[in-house]
Design a protein around this ligand. Sequence first.
Ligand SMILES: [Cu+2]
Length: 539
Amino acid sequence: MKRRQFFSVTALGAGSVLLSQCARTTTEQTNSASAPSGSNNATAQPAALATSPSVFTSANGLLELDLEASYQTINIDGKPAKLMAYNGQVPGPRLEARPGDTVRIRFTNNLPEPTNIHYHGLNISHSGNADNVFLSIEPGETLAYEFTLPEDHPAGTFWYHPHRHGYVADQVFAGLSGFFVVRGDLDEIPEVKAATEEFIALKDFQLDEEGNIASPDRMAQMMGREGALVTASGQVAPKVVPDISFPENGLLRLRLLNASIARFYRLQIEQHSMHLIATDGGALSTPVEVQELLLVPGERAEVLIRADQAAGSYRLLNLPYNRGGMGMMGNGAMGGMDMKNGGMDMGNGHSMKNMGQNADQNTGQNTSQSMESAPSESGDAMPLATLVYNSSVSELPSLPAQLIAVEALPAAQNTRRLDLSMQMSFSRGMAFTINGKTYSEDRTDIQVPLGTVEEWEIANIDADKMDHPFHLHAAPFQVVSRSGKPEPYAAWKDTVLVRGGETLRIRVHFKDFPSKSVYHCHVLDHEELGMMGVIDVQA
Ligand SMILES: [Cu+2]
């Protein structure tokens, strides 16, 4: 694969267009390799996954666009797949706005089922035609979303995806998601501004023989579905490992998003530290050097990477991770069961062979055959991209000493406890619960007066020790401690992993938007199976 001097994720097919990095001031749509195939051209090849999705950028305080969800035939791994796409693209267009901007999205649902849009992590209203997960947009309907980002909205990496209960997991699994970037003070810090920016959306797919998204079976849903096809910004790993070339100044800024419904990504770059500069809700106070970064579904992270080694190629790796669960059926990730020989009937034509071994990914064989439902730590590291520098930089780029102060939250006025658990009972069967209850739209689980600061103890009491990433819509929060151990640095979060057996304390200031919203497990199959509650922040 030809290396480029300036960074680019090299595209799969011909005809792709590299994205302009400086298109800040105009609303524009950049065509890419994944423009929808022309319906009037019977011989047209299906589009590929989008390596550089369209970008819509706000101008004069307004971000305005038409967005459409529909089925599209999109090539993955050389085979046509029927995916769900925004504006014909998977991943969907990238939206960019600034604090104080008004956002107008005329959204049309051309899917055969209801949907809606959740603006994950944005600090905006949760009622009306804003970030309202209780809206249901029926097939053929158009809804005019409109909201305004507060003037003090943090700069950061956010995203949008469907959140119509009953359809969330399937629609995100089928491809619906896109970046939503808020640009602001973080982007103006000189060292951050000097870095070359790259977006990596991590997303897995599972296809059946006909190229449809594989129907889930109960066992896969219980674990949270992981697709055998792992993609990083539209490239199928590890078959296509795109080069990301360092810029001449040797400083790269990666914006990372886990857009998978259940798969965790444990990221590492060979021989390089990552300098974490932002989490879900925006900047840290100072960069934090990390050797590994675990990104759970829904989470984002921004890291700076310096070209501080000898010129060469260094892989961005996804290391194996065990999400727990299935303890009642074996040992940990089903150790002790003979899965290689298809020892378990998945009820849907899938066997669980190769489970957790990544064998099919490494050989490129039979990727549509196995349903990886329970990853184990025995698998190999999977390369997602290669970071390349052709010559050593003359002077190492400096890292910012300070970023944006993370304000300390006032003392909590109220505390409450949330128990996360998967329960089996004869009356209900398998249920994913919060405080013993499965989700009901008609029940308000938590009422909070606007302006209150609360501390929540979120306990993963799952007997099966399954990991549950917790996501709160109502307001950004800070993690105080994990199982009694104080968090080493302050960070704004909206999604956080609660490991099996762990108890997290988070602090939240419900200060801006009185409205109803939800909190839930971001293993979206668990959310669908009931692990969600309703919170009402009352004026
Ligand atoms: Cu969960």
